[in-house]
Design a protein around this ligand. Structure first.
Ligand SMILES: C[S@@+](CC[C@H](N)C(=O)[O-])C[C@H]1O[C@@H](n2cnc3c(N)ncnc32)[C@H](O)[C@@H]1O
Length: 247
């Protein structure tokens, strides 16, 4: 598999992922989505690009909030099939495309948004340059990714657990070795890219962005009642979310 792995089109992976997303409560619904959505500006009349749009739920959300036009990009046929079925709208355009290949998109965007897709990208710098070029002068780029403390993982047990099975501390290793990671998530050989926190922040800065907000979401007491293992997130956050403006 090359650098643009299209793992969501693998049948077993796709079904496994679908199962997680269908759960009534999960990390997306309780933590990542409320946090990233809390950073959105007023969307009325805006042109929005959603990178790695998946099922297109956010594309529909943007239209509900008054966006004028949404372009959703995803490398996976299967994810886009769901998006076109469940989240179609005359002002949403879905494109089967890798994020590596966005430099020739037409028009400029007020908001570029990406939820949990950028850790699949090898060339972070090129992607950020392309995104910056696609943004209007006063545009914003808001994205979430797996937290660098998570993407660092290479092998072995992620957690040291107590007798109740709850993580008592996270077994961090290889954090300072950035680059490709081959992990098992539903199937073996899922490729992600680890970048240290300093690498992320310096690349963002060098590619013409200014940081407006950084979030590392935590569960509420209510969330922990619904998913007790979320208490582990007080040892290690799961998500990193950045809101960026153009310098
Ligand atoms: C965890 S899912 C998130 C989907 C959606 N953003 C959401 O929040 O529901 C990651 C998505 O990124 C897409 N993706 C992964 N690599 C990609 C690439 N190189 N170009 C475009 N999309 C990609 C996958 O196909 C998948 O739909």
């Amino acid at each position: 598999m090359g650098k643009n792995q299209n793992v969501y089109d693998d049948e077993i992976f796709f079904e496994g992922y679908k199962g997680i997303r269908a759960q009534e409560n999960n990390y997306n619904k309780l933590q990542e989505q409320p946090a990233i959505k809390s950073l959105l500006p007023d969307l009325k009349g805006k042109r929005i690009l959603d990178l790695g749009c998946g099922y297109g739920d956010s594309c529909s959300y943007f239209i509900e909030k008054g966006a004028q036009k949404v372009v959703g990009i995803d490398i996976s046929k299967k994810m886009l099939e769901v998006a076109r079925k469940e989240n179609s709208h005359e002002n949403i355009e879905y494109l089967e495309k890798s994020m590596d290949d966005i430099e020739n998109l037409s028009g400029k965007f007020d908001l570029v948004y990406s939820s949990l897709a950028l850790h699949y990208m090898e060339d972070f710098e090129k992607l950020l340059m392309d995104i910056n070029n696609l943004m209007r002068k006063d545009g914003e780029f808001i994205y979430s990714q797996e937290h660098p403390l998570s993407t660092a993982h290479r092998k072995g047990l992620r957690w040291t657990r107590g007798e109740d099975g709850m993580g008592i501390h996270y077994n961090l290793a290889n954090y300072m070795k950035s680059g490709k990671r081959e992990t098992t998530w539903f199937i073996d050989g899922v490729i992600k890219y680890h970048r240290t926190f300093s690498e992320i922040i310096n690349t963002v800065n060098e590619c013409g962005f200014q940081i407006e907000k950084i979030l590392e979401p935590l569960p509420s007491e209510e969330d922990i009642k619904l998913i007790p293992k979320m208490v582990q997130d007080f040892h290690k956050p799961n998500f990193l979310i950045l809101k960026l403006g153009k310098k």
